[in-house]
Design a protein around this ligand. Structure first.
Ligand code: PBG
Length: 328
């Protein structure tokens, strides 16, 4: 008869022991907090679709910097909400565009804050698509030149890293070439390598005013039935010179985080997107789940799958949870 000398429960007996044998170790250093900067003055408003997240005009960014500092978060990714939009998204690369203003404001408040920028056009085009339109189709190659211009303008404003999220073919190479030509060899590219046409971006599109005015993003973002295609996208971005590979969304895509970690040597980032955050918030508000616990558990699962970096709206709260030892 099996005598039960081997007892996995032995290592679960106390908190001391459970923390000793944790397989997943997380540091607040690996968190990136998404921030929405809005054109205007004296704007500090909670975003209805993302409770606990705010729209900050550049003059109000000190509130974000203070909160980040308080929680020991020192890496942010910026999204911009311009006052005006046009067909070609020209606000995206304007020297005094909203993201460019945001970068300067944050660097003036805290030069140590690591500022990453989302490089895309959907917040700046009147039609809400992620590139230049040719009829109803996004023209890949025309869009590349503009994306490169956006990335360079972010670097000129002081961005530490750029993160293209548009899903055009060849954009990492185009951006790398333009950055290098402009003496930004040391600005890394975190590529949204496998970005899916996801329903989980809903709250973000409200927050960023970037919902497409017609159609959807399925001709450029990925089909969520596919995983081999995601590895192909990652491999291409490696060849094109990406420095960090991102999988997005995170929670429903842990198989891809895992595969990406196994296959490639680059750091792997996962983006726990707006819908993932909003779902936890809504379920907690309805009294259905414990918000703090669900936040910790979902973050741990993303790291366990292999993420080195987590982009999350919960960055400040998670940093505290990690420090307390409730996670990591
Ligand atoms: C811009 C962009 C989006 C997100 C990040 N960058 C929206 C989209 O592709 O529609 C989504 C982030 C989130 O949902 O938290 N292209």
């Amino acid at each position: 008869m099996f005598d039960n000398t081997i007892r996995p429960r032995r290592l679960r007996a106390s908190d001391h022991l459970r923390r000793l044998v944790r397989e997943t170790r997380i540091s607040p250093e690996s968190l990136i907090w998404p921030i929405f900067v809005i054109e205007g003055e004296h704007i500090y408003e909670e975003i209805p679709s993302l409770p606990g997240q705010y729209h900050y005009s550049p003059d109000e960014l000190h509130r974000m910097v203070e909160r980040a500092r308080e929680h020991g978060v020192s890496r942010v990714i910026l999204f911009g909400l311009p006052k005006d939009k046009d067909a070609i998204g020209s606000g995206a690369w304007a020297a005094d565009g909203i993201v460019q203003q945001g970068i300067r404001a944050i660097k003036a408040l805290d030069p140590e804050m690591y500022v990453i920028t989302d490089v895309c056009m959907c917040e700046y085009t009147a039609h809400g698509h992620c590139g230049i339109l040719c009829g109803h189709d996004v023209d890949n190659d025309q869009t590349l030149a503009l994306l490169a211009q956006i990335a360079v303008s972010h670097a000129m404003a002081g961005a530490d890293m750029v993160a293209p999220s548009d899903m055009m073919d060849g954009r990492v190479a185009a951006i790398r070439e333009a950055l290098d030509k402009n003496d930004f060899q040391n600005v890394p590219i975190m590529s949204y390598a496998a970005k899916y046409a996801s329903y989980f971006y809903g709250p973000f599109r409200d927050a960023a005013g970037s919902a497409p005015s017609f159609g959807d993003r399925r001709s450029y973002q990925m089909d969520w039935h596919n995983s081999r295609e995601a590895m192909r996208e990652c491999a291409l971005d490696v060849q094109e010179g990406a420095d960090i590979l991102m999988i997005k969304p995170a929670m429903s895509y842990l198989d891809l985080v895992y595969q990406c970690r196994q296959r490639f040597e680059l750091p792997v980032a996962a983006y726990a997107v707006s819908g993932e955050y909003a779902m936890i918030k809504a379920a907690a508000a309805a009294g259905l789940i414990d918000e703090y616990g669900a936040m910790c558990e979902s973050a741990a699962s993303i790291y366990r799958a292999g993420a080195d970096i987590l982009i999350t709206y919960y960055a400040p709260e998670l940093a505290d949870a990690i420090r307390k030892g409730d996670i990591g």
